[in-house]
Design a binder for this molecule. Structure first.
Ligand code: ADP
Length: 271
């Protein structure tokens, strides 16, 4: 005798099989819910800058004989379109990471080099905010198996956040180290910090503690979600320590690899 269980015909072989099917079905439903939420969020997030652009275009039409006003609106249109481009790029990056083929070949990567590149990338913006950024790493190489561009992206996202959520004159320390079987990169700022409730949610897509502040800094609410996916795809994770008013430390932790001496000179060789 067989019966239908949520659309799947099964023979009553045992309780375990039935439970396994129910569990699979629950998981599939959850994945579907997450996907649907994502689509709803994406369209909501896209509507804001697109709506802004439409309003600004209308304002330009009405201000045609006031060149100063036209200039002002045009500048704001540029800001909105930059934001829109960034949003679309990050949405595409994130969905690529979420569906990443984990069998992609990985290469030996010196994380200290990625951290240096990431810091270099952010120095101009940091300077504009009168913020200093330091990068320290051990003398010996700190190797993981991964994709150097993605690892640098993850670190850069953390440093960019540290800049955006800190005050003028503060310092950001980026420290790369080996700890047992892990390579860690921690980014410590002296900024506003994050409450324990928010710490639970900041890695969610589009979650922002203060949407107005995030918008003002050009934030999309996707940065940390991207960091999390990059780390998890490489078998690692990202954790946060913070106290409100005391700054925050984000730490990326990736499984370390030890290369035989002879291979140490060929960073780019596929594993
Ligand atoms: P956003 O583009 O808004 O910065 P993220 O996903 O990078 O999006 O971060 C999510 C939220 O986490 C931010 O909006 C901000 O409220 C909070 N956050 C991230 N990094 C920091 C930090 N270093 N200090 C304080 N708050 C932070």
């Amino acid at each position: 005798q067989s019966r239908m269980l949520v659309g799947v015909r099964i023979a009553p072989i045992g309780r375990d099989l039935v439970l396994a099917l129910v569990d699979d079905r629950t998981k599939a439903r959850r994945v579907e819910e997450v996907r649907r939420d994502f689509v709803v969020n994406v369209s909501h997030e896209l509507k804001t800058p697109v709506g802004g652009l439409a309003l600004l275009a209308e304002a330009v039409e009405h201000a045609a004989d006031d060149p100063v006003a036209v200039q002002r609106f045009a500048k704001r249109m540029k800001t909105e379109s930059t934001r829109l481009t960034r949003l679309v790029t990050e949405i595409v990056d994130l969905s690529r990471l979420q569906t990443a083929d984990l069998s992609d070949p990985l290469m030996p990567v010196n994380v200290a080099t990625c951290a240096e590149e990431a810091v270099e990338h952010t120095l101009v913006v940091a300077g504009e905010h009168r913020i200093t950024v330091s990068a320290t790493a051990p003398a010996e190489r700190v190797m993981v198996a991964g994709d150097p561009e993605l690892i640098a992206t993850a670190i850069r996202n953390l440093v960019t956040n540290a800049i955006n959520y800190s005050g003028r004159g503060s310092h950001i320390a980026v420290v790369t180290r080996r700890r047992d079987d892990l390579v860690e990169v921690s980014v410590t700022d002296q900024g506003q910090g994050i409450s324990p409730e928010d710490q639970e949610r900041i890695f969610e897509r589009f979650y922002r503690v203060d949407a107005a502040r995030s918008r003002a800094t050009g934030g999309t609410g996707l940065g940390l979600s991207i960091v999390k996916h990059i780390c998890e795809n490489l078998g690692g994770d990202v954790i946060v320590w913070s106290e409100v008013g005391q700054g925050a430390t984000f730490t990326i932790r990736l499984p370390a690899i030890d290369l035989p001496r002879t291979e140490q000179s060929t960073d780019a060789a596929a594993l």
